[in-house]
Ligand binder design. Structure first.
Ligand code: FE
Length: 237
């Protein structure tokens, strides 16, 4: 989504903006797989937005003044792009097997992540723990604040107005649309992220995982589990 209509939007310094043309179904156009579609727009064919211009201008200035080098800029972007939900899954798996680590994670996600060699960035992240009778889900109602230096880029739906506006008002129907049907007696707690505080969900450890090692446990924890629109599930044997 784009904030092009909001040039004064400054809620979050590290928004990511999708400037590429929308993906489309190559199969439906009847050309062989792997062949470039003749109507696929180049990146430069999309609109040059206010945020793109600002980004380019600031980067050019920083480079021209010698405050950063092109290699430093590239490495920083590469580092950001290397973040993924797998890092959050490692934290969850460790918390499931190590109660002392879980306590530290709930106290300070960024510090707990550093214990595992993960740099979760400078913005504080809080872990919210699901329990029997209590489910947690994350949103940014204002824009798209997300712990991206831990979990990577947010999914498109997280940035969509429909999710942002609806999940706070009617979380149960929204979760049901994700396939997560919660019993009526389960309390749903919605956390609104900001530029100063991000969240990740610490889901319940699924039954039937007794004795599993961390790597196997981590594989159950998907991005959507960390946002709270899904629960870890043990694959059917
Ligand atoms: Fe935001």
């Amino acid at each position: 989504m784009s904030h092009d209509q909001e040039p004064d939007h400054d809620h979050e310094p590290d928004h990511d903006h999708e400037h590429r043309g929308h993906g489309h179904d190559h199969e439906s156009h009847g050309h062989p797989p792997g062949q470039r579609h003749p109507f696929q727009p180049d990146l430069e064919d999309g609109p040059y937005s206010w945020h793109m211009a600002l980004t380019d201008a600031v980067a050019d200035l920083l480079l021209a003044k010698g405050l950063i080098t092109a290699d430093e800029l590239r490495r920083t972007l590469e580092d950001i792009d290397s973040k993924s939900p797998a890092l959050g899954a490692r934290l969850v798996a460790r918390a499931w097997v190590d109660p002392a680590f879980k306590a530290r994670l709930l106290a300070d996600v960024n510090a707990a992540a550093a214990e595992l060699g993960i740099d979760a960035g400078p913005i504080p992240i809080r872990a919210v723990e699901c329990a029997p009778g209590e489910h947690h889900v994350i949103v940014c109602t204002l824009c798209s604040c997300y712990p991206r230096l831990l979990l990577g880029a947010a999914p498109d739906w997280y940035k969509a107005r429909a999710y942002r506006s609806r999940v706070v008002r009617e979380p149960r129907p929204v979760l049901a649309e994700f396939g997560l049907e919660l019993d009526p007696e389960v309390a749903v707690i919605v956390h609104d992220s900001t530029a100063e505080l991000r969240f990740m969900v610490l889901p319940e450890r699924p039954a039937g995982t007794e004795g599993w090692d961390e790597e196997r446990l981590a594989a159950l924890v998907t991005r959507d589990c960390l946002i709270g629109v899904a629960r870890p599930r043990v694959p059917a044997a």
